[in-house]
Write a protein that binds this ligand. Sequence first.
Ligand SMILES: [Zn+2]
Length: 284
Amino acid sequence: MQELREHVTALAADIGERNVWRYRELRRSVDYLEAVFLGAGYSPARQTYDVSRLPVSNIEVTLRGAAKPDEIILLGAHYDTVGGSPGANDNGTGVAALLELARRFSGRAQPRTIRFVAFVNEEPPFFQTPQMGSVVYATAAKERGDRIVGMLSLETMGYFSDESGSQQYPVEEMAALFPAVGNFIGFVSNQESRELLVDAARAFRERATLPVQAAAMPAGLPGAGWSDHWSFWQAGYPALMVTDTAPWRYPWYHTADDTPDKIDFAKLVEVVDGLEHVVGSLAG
Ligand SMILES: [Zn+2]
């Protein structure tokens, strides 16, 4: 828990808002990510491109597979924030989980390759445009012929509530199918990624006590494609999002009050423990 708290605090409290308009903070975030990856024994690589002449970077580390190195499981989380928000939950929690999972797998080669990628420019106005970090990444991966057999987008995953009515949904039909209490973690995929979704949810339930709700959605459903997994869908890769559902639960989504005190670190540990088992299972 201490590691997760440290990462969220470093990003959301020490650095704060981080995007191309807070460029110094964006660069400090890169320095932080690279230092943590280096400290965990990895050699971070930058994928850099320009946005209005400002260089921005995705940061990547790779744990090469021992038996099937050409088959890749990819974990991703965006490290930028929306304007005006320190981004503790969105997406300090996703990045903290990414860093912690990389640390836990360090030196433990699995049969398949695992890539850990911190994406830039997920938030508007870059969202779902050619300048979105994960679009740049997934497009290049497809051009290289990378065999990404499963992508997990870690997105806003640290807020939980036991209060009735704490969970909202984008469409009324979903309220009849899913809980009204926001005490679960959500796995969201498109129809084409259903097999990955089923495998991941099964592995999560084997390990974690935290409830998981898994749903393969029409890609056009509001919220279903609202993170970096969308970019991998466009490139034809199976991908899902791991999330507390963000705007459908978190009262401080995209506000100046998205601060570390809102995060349930005990539950975030449960999410990371479950994901460690998911990644081990998918990479096996
Ligand atoms: Zn986000």
